[in-house]
Ligand binder design. Structure first.
Ligand code: GDP
Ligand code: MG
Length: 452
């Protein structure tokens, strides 16, 4: 959908009249225009309501008129007095989407997909689905980057990192409170803490050196003073940004790599889900033809997220699957194609040759493809994740990393190794098994969650 930007533009300035305390009033002419533009949207919303539904609707309308993208507040109003997924909920969701000027067909599609998901998951009660609903709305309305959603994500990140924090931040706190100066033992103990959290030797050295020079230049003497903030800042700076890329001619082709068990299949599903919610048409190709079970598993996921699916029999040539899937994607106007691949590492050279062939074939069919090569690695494997990054990057070339299972591990320090030592951008992290548990990675945010 992606409507909120439009709505916001429409509202901006216009609301200054209703809520002058919070916004700079716009020039008069502009304001009248904005009000005029905004009015029909609101009026339409109200007409849609049954007269009996007052309380939640009045509150929601007020919240919307504030023109602040507060999805959590909107949902509070919509879900007030609602305990399970029933007609009341659909009616209220329709009201919200209509008030935001979402075209009816897209609103209905959103609701239909969500109901299908509830059905698949066998969920009914609000507490079972609220979070997923909010995630879907955030993506569909382009609100994921808004402050309200970001603070929700921050909490999620923070709690997902609990084990790593125990290993890292708690010990750093202890170190800070037990030392009075930045002496040799301080730095040695800091190194030890970092290495224990799987930060890796080289990254630890690089980080400690930067911290030492920051401490020197800032003139602080007592570790209790500002060391943690300084640490956070340095850390945030060390994460490479993914390169800005020009949008390719569709379909965009994403090749997914990763050793078995890291979470590759579920990551494809999660990424496909995100893209679908953002309004893109997605096709998934079952390029791991080594095991029949892998094909079936991927097909189930494709159905569940509502994307297209292309597969051949188990044992088929993976490059042929990739080629034919791309052909289908072009013919049927897909926006995005994910190609799954095998991950059996015991036949390393075969696997690498197979992956190279897939790359060649994709490029031949659609020059420039694959546009992104994503390697999925599992944070619980610690330094193994780092060696996998190195290996796949050397043989195939990797554009970005998705790091899964950060929620279950104390080895989250591996994020730093991969990003800093391997110079590899991490674009998404997995914080659990649910769809909404895969979220964009941001170094600054991560440093704050880890050390804050
Ligand atoms: N806790 C947790 N589990 C995950 C995460 N990502 C994937 N998994 C689980 O890891 C297991 C293996 O995933 P799968 O996608 O089949 O791995 P593949 O062999 O690499 O395709 C599944 O049970 C997933 O639910 C994550 O971020 N956190
Ligand atoms: Mg798999």
């Amino acid at each position: 959908m992606g409507f909120f930007s439009k709505i916001k533009k429409m509202w901006s300035g216009g609301e200054a009249a209703a809520d002058g305390s919070e916004r700079q009033p716009a020039a008069k002419g502009e304001r009248d225009e904005a009000l005029e533009a905004a009015e029909p949207a609101r009026a339409k919303g109200f007409q849609a309501s049954a007269p009996a539904e007052e309380g939640w609707q009045r509150e929601l309308q007020r919240a919307l008129q504030r023109a602040e993208p507060r999805l959590s507040a909107w949902l509070d109003h919509i879900l007030s007095g609602v305990h399970k997924a029933d007609d009341t909920l659909w009616r209220r969701l329709r009201f919200l989407l209509r008030s935001l000027e979402v075209p009816e067909s897209e609103a209905e599609d959103f609701i239909r997909r969500f109901r299908q998901w509830l059905d698949d998951m066998d969920y009914d009660r609000v507490e079972e689905f609220r979070s997923e609903l909010q995630y879907r709305l955030a993506l569909a309305l382009e609100l994921e980057d808004e402050e309200d959603e970001r603070s929700r994500l921050f909490l999620k990140l923070s709690s997902g990192l609990t084990k790593t924090k125990e290993q890292l931040s708690k010990r750093i706190d202890q170190l800070i409170s037990s030392r009075e100066t930045f002496d040799e033992p301080f730095w040695e103990e800091l190194e030890e803490i970092l290495i224990m959290a799987d930060v890796g030797f080289n990254t630890t050295r690089a980080l400690v050196e930067r911290l030492q020079s920051r401490v020197r230049s800032s003139g602080i003497n007592d570790p209790g003073e500002a060391f943690k903030e300084l640490f956070q800042e340095e850390l945030a700076k060390m994460f490479p940004q993914p390169p800005k890329r020009i949008k390719p001619a569709p379909p965009e082709v994403v090749l997914m790599l990763g050793v078995n068990g890291v979470g590759k299949t579920t990551t494809i599903a999660k990424l496909a889900h995100r893209a679908q919610m953002q309004g893109r048409k997605v096709l998934i190709a079952a390029g791991d033809t080594f095991r029949a079970a892998a094909i079936e598993q991927l097909e189930i996921w494709a159905k569940r997220v509502g994307s297209g699916f292309y597969a051949k029999k188990a044992g088929a040539d993976p490059a042929a699957v990739a080629f034919e899937a791309l052909d289908k994607a072009v013919r049927e106007n897909y926006d995005l194609l994910f190609v799954d691949t095998a991950g059996r590492l015991h036949t390393k050279s075969n696997l690498m040759e197979e992956l190279k062939k897939i790359k060649r074939v994709l490029d031949k069919k659609h020059p420039g493809a694959p546009h992104r090569i994503i390697l999925v690695v599992d944070a619980t494997t610690g330094q193994n994740a780092v060696s996998q990054t190195k290996l796949f990057n050397e043989h195939i070339g990797v554009d970005e990393i998705v790091l899964t299972k950060l929620d279950g591990t104390a080895k989250g320090g591996v994020v730093l190794s991969i990003a800093i030592e391997q110079g590899m951008p991490i674009t998404f992290i997995g914080l659990g098994e649910k769809m909404e548990d895969l979220r964009p990675f941001e170094g600054r945010f991560f440093a704050q969650a880890l050390l804050g």
